[in-house]
Design a protein around this ligand. Sequence first.
Ligand code: COA
Length: 165
Amino acid sequence: MRIGIYPGTFDPVTKGHLHIIERASKLVDHLIVSVAPNTRKAPMFSQDERLEMVSRDIDNMRDKHCEISVEGFDELLIHYARKKKATCIVRGLRAVSDFEYEFQMTGMNAKLDDNIETVFLMASDKWQFVSSSFIKEISALGGDMSDFITPNVKSRLEEKIKQNM
Ligand code: COA
Protein backbone atom coordinates (compact mmCIF):
# COMPACT_ATOMS: atom_id res chain seq x y z
CA MET A 1 0.00 0.00 0.00
CA ARG A 2 1.72 3.18 -1.17
CA ILE A 3 0.58 6.21 0.80
CA GLY A 4 1.43 9.68 -0.48
CA ILE A 5 1.05 13.01 1.27
CA TYR A 6 0.45 16.26 -0.59
CA PRO A 7 0.98 18.99 2.01
CA GLY A 8 0.33 22.67 1.60
CA THR A 9 -1.28 25.78 2.97
CA PHE A 10 -3.98 25.90 0.29
CA ASP A 11 -4.98 29.48 1.08
CA PRO A 12 -7.05 28.97 -1.04
CA VAL A 13 -6.77 25.79 -3.11
CA THR A 14 -6.37 26.52 -6.83
CA LYS A 15 -6.96 24.55 -10.02
CA GLY A 16 -3.17 24.22 -10.16
CA HIS A 17 -3.21 22.34 -6.83
CA LEU A 18 -6.16 20.22 -8.00
CA HIS A 19 -4.27 19.24 -11.15
CA ILE A 20 -1.31 18.09 -9.03
CA ILE A 21 -3.72 16.11 -6.80
CA GLU A 22 -5.28 14.39 -9.78
CA ARG A 23 -1.89 13.47 -11.24
CA ALA A 24 -0.49 12.35 -7.88
CA SER A 25 -3.48 10.06 -7.45
CA LYS A 26 -2.08 7.98 -10.33
CA LEU A 27 1.13 7.33 -8.42
CA VAL A 28 -0.06 6.01 -5.06
CA ASP A 29 -2.81 3.83 -3.59
CA HIS A 30 -3.95 6.43 -1.08
CA LEU A 31 -3.28 10.15 -1.29
CA ILE A 32 -3.66 12.30 1.80
CA VAL A 33 -4.02 16.01 1.10
CA SER A 34 -2.72 17.62 4.27
CA VAL A 35 -3.61 21.18 5.17
CA ALA A 36 -1.07 23.01 7.33
CA PRO A 37 -1.98 25.83 9.73
CA ASN A 38 1.09 27.77 8.49
CA THR A 39 0.84 30.84 10.71
CA ARG A 40 4.11 32.02 9.10
CA LYS A 41 2.03 32.95 6.06
CA ALA A 42 -0.83 34.60 8.02
CA PRO A 43 -3.48 32.82 5.94
CA MET A 44 -6.67 34.61 4.91
CA PHE A 45 -8.77 31.50 5.64
CA SER A 46 -8.73 29.49 8.87
CA GLN A 47 -7.38 25.96 8.69
CA ASP A 48 -10.94 24.61 8.97
CA GLU A 49 -12.14 26.81 6.13
CA ARG A 50 -9.25 25.69 3.94
CA LEU A 51 -9.91 22.05 4.79
CA GLU A 52 -13.53 22.44 3.85
CA MET A 53 -12.74 24.11 0.52
CA VAL A 54 -10.20 21.42 -0.41
CA SER A 55 -12.60 18.62 0.61
CA ARG A 56 -15.44 20.08 -1.43
CA ASP A 57 -13.24 20.51 -4.52
CA ILE A 58 -11.97 16.94 -4.21
CA ASP A 59 -15.54 15.63 -3.83
CA ASN A 60 -16.34 17.34 -7.12
CA MET A 61 -13.20 16.11 -8.87
CA ARG A 62 -13.91 13.88 -11.87
CA ASP A 63 -10.65 11.99 -12.30
CA LYS A 64 -9.56 10.33 -9.09
CA HIS A 65 -7.25 7.38 -9.57
CA CYS A 66 -7.00 6.30 -5.93
CA GLU A 67 -8.59 7.00 -2.57
CA ILE A 68 -8.04 10.65 -1.66
CA SER A 69 -8.57 11.96 1.85
CA VAL A 70 -8.15 15.43 3.29
CA GLU A 71 -7.01 16.28 6.79
CA GLY A 72 -5.25 18.96 8.80
CA PHE A 73 -1.89 18.57 10.49
CA ASP A 74 -0.03 20.70 12.98
CA GLU A 75 3.44 19.27 13.50
CA LEU A 76 6.68 18.67 11.71
CA LEU A 77 5.76 17.36 8.26
CA ILE A 78 8.17 14.45 8.42
CA HIS A 79 6.84 13.29 11.82
CA TYR A 80 3.33 13.48 10.47
CA ALA A 81 4.30 11.60 7.29
CA ARG A 82 5.96 8.87 9.35
CA LYS A 83 2.89 8.57 11.55
CA LYS A 84 0.75 8.14 8.42
CA LYS A 85 3.17 5.48 7.10
CA ALA A 86 3.66 7.55 3.98
CA THR A 87 6.16 6.39 1.39
CA CYS A 88 6.37 9.78 -0.30
CA ILE A 89 5.62 13.48 -0.01
CA VAL A 90 4.35 15.06 -3.22
CA ARG A 91 5.13 18.67 -4.13
CA GLY A 92 4.27 20.69 -7.21
CA LEU A 93 7.01 22.67 -8.91
CA ARG A 94 6.19 25.71 -10.97
CA ALA A 95 8.92 28.10 -12.00
CA VAL A 96 12.63 28.11 -11.15
CA SER A 97 11.79 30.33 -8.17
CA ASP A 98 10.14 27.37 -6.40
CA PHE A 99 13.29 25.34 -6.71
CA GLU A 100 15.41 26.96 -3.99
CA TYR A 101 12.76 26.59 -1.27
CA GLU A 102 11.76 23.08 -2.33
CA PHE A 103 15.42 22.04 -2.53
CA GLN A 104 16.01 23.15 1.07
CA MET A 105 12.81 21.61 2.35
CA THR A 106 13.54 18.27 0.66
CA GLY A 107 17.08 18.29 2.03
CA MET A 108 15.88 18.96 5.57
CA ASN A 109 13.16 16.33 5.36
CA ALA A 110 15.59 13.74 3.94
CA LYS A 111 17.98 14.49 6.80
CA LEU A 112 15.19 13.87 9.29
CA ASP A 113 13.99 10.66 7.60
CA ASP A 114 15.55 9.35 4.43
CA ASN A 115 12.97 6.59 4.06
CA ILE A 116 10.35 9.07 2.91
CA GLU A 117 10.99 10.33 -0.61
CA THR A 118 9.86 13.70 -1.92
CA VAL A 119 8.36 13.45 -5.40
CA PHE A 120 8.02 16.55 -7.59
CA LEU A 121 5.42 17.01 -10.26
CA MET A 122 6.01 19.85 -12.72
CA ALA A 123 2.99 22.11 -12.90
CA SER A 124 1.60 22.05 -16.43
CA ASP A 125 2.05 25.23 -18.49
CA LYS A 126 -1.57 26.20 -17.87
CA TRP A 127 -0.93 26.55 -14.14
CA GLN A 128 2.71 27.66 -14.11
CA PHE A 129 1.97 31.20 -13.00
CA VAL A 130 -0.89 30.54 -10.60
CA SER A 131 -0.35 31.26 -6.93
CA SER A 132 -2.73 31.59 -4.04
CA SER A 133 -1.33 35.03 -3.15
CA PHE A 134 -1.96 36.42 -6.64
CA ILE A 135 -5.46 35.00 -6.66
CA LYS A 136 -6.26 36.74 -3.35
CA GLU A 137 -4.67 40.02 -4.40
CA ILE A 138 -6.26 40.19 -7.85
CA SER A 139 -9.69 39.13 -6.53
CA ALA A 140 -9.56 41.78 -3.78
CA LEU A 141 -8.93 44.39 -6.47
CA GLY A 142 -11.89 43.23 -8.56
CA GLY A 143 -10.10 41.00 -11.08
CA ASP A 144 -11.82 37.85 -12.30
CA MET A 145 -9.98 34.70 -11.23
CA SER A 146 -12.61 32.17 -12.40
CA ASP A 147 -10.12 30.43 -14.67
CA PHE A 148 -7.90 29.53 -11.75
CA ILE A 149 -10.24 28.57 -8.91
CA THR A 150 -13.44 26.54 -8.70
CA PRO A 151 -16.85 28.26 -8.27
CA ASN A 152 -16.89 26.93 -4.69
CA VAL A 153 -13.62 28.71 -3.82
CA LYS A 154 -14.61 31.80 -5.80
CA SER A 155 -17.74 32.37 -3.75
CA ARG A 156 -15.89 31.74 -0.45
CA LEU A 157 -13.20 34.19 -1.52
CA GLU A 158 -15.72 36.87 -2.48
CA GLU A 159 -17.46 36.44 0.88
CA LYS A 160 -14.15 36.74 2.74
CA ILE A 161 -13.12 39.84 0.81
CA LYS A 162 -16.47 41.49 1.61
CA GLN A 163 -16.06 40.65 5.32
CA ASN A 164 -12.56 42.14 5.34
CA MET A 165 -13.61 45.43 3.71
N1 COA B 1 -0.52 25.31 -8.63
C1 COA B 1 -0.80 26.50 -8.12
N2 COA B 1 -0.16 27.04 -7.10
C2 COA B 1 0.80 26.32 -6.58
C3 COA B 1 1.16 25.06 -7.05
C4 COA B 1 0.44 24.56 -8.15
N3 COA B 1 0.72 23.40 -8.69
N4 COA B 1 2.17 24.58 -6.31
C5 COA B 1 2.43 25.52 -5.41
N5 COA B 1 1.61 26.57 -5.57
C6 COA B 1 1.66 27.81 -4.84
C7 COA B 1 0.69 27.99 -3.76
O1 COA B 1 -0.44 28.61 -4.23
C8 COA B 1 1.45 28.83 -2.79
O2 COA B 1 1.34 30.17 -3.18
P1 COA B 1 1.45 31.35 -2.11
O3 COA B 1 2.86 31.29 -1.56
O4 COA B 1 1.18 32.53 -2.93
O5 COA B 1 0.44 31.10 -1.04
C9 COA B 1 2.89 28.39 -2.97
O6 COA B 1 2.94 27.84 -4.24
C10 COA B 1 3.34 27.30 -2.05
O7 COA B 1 2.28 26.84 -1.32
P2 COA B 1 1.89 25.38 -0.96
O8 COA B 1 2.15 24.43 -2.06
O9 COA B 1 0.52 25.44 -0.38
O10 COA B 1 2.92 25.01 0.11
P3 COA B 1 3.46 25.86 1.24
O11 COA B 1 4.84 26.23 0.84
O12 COA B 1 2.56 26.94 1.64
O13 COA B 1 3.42 24.75 2.37
C11 COA B 1 4.36 23.22 3.94
C12 COA B 1 4.57 24.35 2.96
C13 COA B 1 3.05 23.26 4.66
C14 COA B 1 4.46 21.92 3.19
C15 COA B 1 5.55 23.39 4.90
O14 COA B 1 5.51 24.68 5.45
C16 COA B 1 5.56 22.38 6.01
O15 COA B 1 5.96 21.26 5.79
N6 COA B 1 5.10 22.78 7.22
C17 COA B 1 5.06 21.91 8.38
C18 COA B 1 6.20 22.25 9.35
C19 COA B 1 7.50 21.64 8.89
O16 COA B 1 7.66 20.43 8.81
N7 COA B 1 8.47 22.49 8.61
C20 COA B 1 9.79 22.08 8.15
C21 COA B 1 9.85 21.88 6.67
S1 COA B 1 11.45 21.32 6.18
